[in-house]
Design a protein around this ligand. Structure first.
Ligand SMILES: C[S@@+](CC[C@H](N)C(=O)[O-])C[C@H]1O[C@@H](n2cnc3c(N)ncnc32)[C@H](O)[C@@H]1O
Ligand SMILES: [Zn+2]
Length: 544
């Protein structure tokens, strides 16, 4: 770091202390994001179900025809911008403005199409640097003959770079542009208040999860029906996915960069989310058999059917049902987030089958789910919606040939089998390589069981004569067994509930004492079941 830089940066920090705090905070947040990404248990690209063929999918998402004639024009515009910058002596690409990258070409092309097709009146972006995306927006607005762009941008900490801000934007393209210096946190809320309704939002500023979430939440409340948000570098954190899963009717896709590496993946990722106008006008809503939002899980008719089926009405029972329902929601959430569209689901020991129907409802274009059970206890609805095979889990092999299911779900009843391990091996055998086992098992090492044992009492997970729980599995040992002996890759472990206090999903450090543990396990080999493989994967409608 040279002395000139240190002096210039210090001056900027002293002159703008609030911005300085945000810059420092960004570095701290980045570390947390990296920890979250490392703990994901899957690649961030799979987590997002990122696609390479984003262009037709984007047009499908916006109900636009494909191929799109605007794409050829974009090539010319992009080449022109790169040529302009090069002739001004600026190297276009990675780390070209301080530590920041210039806009990615695919990201810019998506913005080009969105602006041309949507013909927005008000566009807001964060992060300008040399201004590649800014120029693309302004070129498209010019072509539309309407609209205005507001760009919030924190000038580089090195004031020597300030003359480079917006270099890609020639004077004759600036009449539709307002540059707003400062951090998004300082400037975005007031700007959005002033604009009262925006049509397109573009995030390309500080890519920490905290800042991305702040910008998305702020912009979302100002976005009109049908408005689009485009977010760069979503692979830097889990924020974009958390955001799109959080609310209802957020149709989205995640795509790969073409020009830049990512923070934790080979190529960077960007995302797009549409504020679904159909969701706000139910009369115009297309029937969408696709996956339900996780907030919809509680509203799902099959989920609602579970409570009365589980409960006998005593207070102890009510507390227990709360935990069991939370476990069901975790399983449904895992299936929704991670199963590919068109997935073949097998549920083991599904009883009446309502939970299987709930899981089916989480999938795009679901195949008919299969249930294996000792006897057919399905209700009429489940009989109509599922396929059944009778299986003696204690002694017989599973009927399916190897590698046929994308997802196997086994909730809670493993504790009823003396020969649990051969049955688990069978569950693994029928999974395709890359397929997922979602396994929920009451935890022998749960806090309440530890307390009971300390008091010399029987843990509830193991029955003497009043129930059918014959096996006990302690969370940590079971995880090791699943990994080492059964050779699963652990994608996620969740602890649910502390009996009798709460049915909540526990923070990570406490998952080992949860009442029930939910494992999401992947059979090695093949492709990871993200949502990127089958036909409609990559287009999502969601909400957690
Ligand atoms: C990746 S660059 C933008 C690239 C640009 N969109 C393009 O296409 O060339 C990120 C920009 O955001 C600015 N920035 C950093 N932190 C910010 C914050 N908290 N709020 C707003 N802008 C920020 C950086 O100074 C930099 O100019
Ligand atoms: Zn287009």
């Amino acid at each position: 770091m040279n002395l000139g830089y240190t002096i210039r940066a210090s001056q900027v920090m002293v002159r703008h202390p609030v911005q300085g705090v945000e810059r420092v905070r960004g570095r701290i947040d980045r570390r947390r994001d990296l920890r979250d990404l490392a703990g994901l248990g899957t690649s961030v690209s799979d987590f997002y179900g990122a696609v390479a063929d984003w262009a037709p999918r984007l047009h499908a998402l916006l109900d636009l025809p494909w191929p799109c004639p605007a794409v050829a024009d974009f090539e010319r515009v992009w080449d022109g911008i790169v040529a302009d910058l090069s002739s001004a002596g600026v190297r276009v690409g990675i780390r070209s403005y301080g530590g920041w990258n210039d806009g990615d070409k695919a990201f810019a092309e998506a913005i080009w199409c969105i602006i041309l097709h949507r013909r927005p009146g008000k566009v807001v972006e964060t992060g300008v640097a040399h201004g590649l995306t800014t120029r693309v927006v302004l070129e498209a607005l010019e072509r539309n003959g309407c609209g205005h762009l507001w760009s919030i941008d924190l000038p580089a900490v090195d004031s020597a770079l300030h003359s480079e801000i917006g270099m890609a934007i020639p004077q004759h393209r600036r009449h539709r542009w307002t540059y707003v210096p400062g951090t998004a946190r300082q400037r975005l809320p007031a700007l959005l208040d002033k604009l009262t309704g925006i049509d397109v939002f573009i995030h390309d500023s500080l890519h920490t999860g905290r800042n991305q979430m702040f910008e998305l939440e702020s912009a979302w409340s100002a976005m009109r029906d049908g408005a689009v948000a485009v977010v760069d570098d979503i692979d830097h954190s889990l924020a974009f996915r958390t955001f799109v899963d959080r609310g209802e009717q957020r149709r989205w896709l995640a795509a790969r960069h073409v020009t830049g590496p990512g923070l934790a993946v080979e190529s960077g990722l960007w995302g797009l989310v549409v504020k679904d106008r159909e969701a706000l006008a139910p009369s115009r809503r297309r029937p969408r058999p696709g996956r339900a939002a996780v907030s919809d899980i509680r509203d799902n008719q099959h989920y609602r059917a579970l409570r009365p089926l589980m409960s006998t009405g005593t207070a102890r029972d009510t507390r227990h049902v709360r935990i069991e329902l939370a476990v069901t929601r975790e399983i449904a959430r895992a299936v929704r987030l991670r199963a590919p569209s068109g997935a073949r689901i097998l549920q083991i020991q599904a009883h009446h089958g309502q939970e299987t129907l709930l899981l089916r409802d989480q999938l795009d274009r679901p195949d008919r789910p299969v249930i294996y059970d000792q006897e057919d206890a399905r209700d009429a609805e489940a009989r109509a919606g599922t396929q059944f095979e009778q299986v003696d889990f204690e002694s017989a092999a599973f009927p399916a040939s190897g590698g046929v299911f994308d997802v196997v779900v086994w909730n809670r009843n493993l504790v009823t089998l003396k020969n649990a391990v051969p049955a688990l091996r069978e569950a693994r055998r029928v999974l395709r390589p890359g397929g997922l086992l979602v396994l929920a098992v009451p935890n022998l090492a749960a806090l309440h069981n530890r307390v009971l044992l300390l008091a010399g009492r029987q843990p509830t997970t193991l029955h003497i004569d009043n129930g059918d729980h014959v096996r006990g599995f302690a969370s940590g040992s079971m995880t090791r067994f699943l990994e080492r002996d059964l050779e699963f890759r652990v994608v996620q472990i969740t602890g649910v509930g502390i009996a009798p206090v709460t049915g909540a999903v526990l923070p990570r450090p406490f998952r080992g004492i949860g009442h029930t543990v939910v494992w999401v396990l992947q059979k090695p080999g093949g492709t990871t079941p993200g949502r990127s493989q089958p036909a409609t994967a990559g287009l999502h409608s969601a909400g957690v």
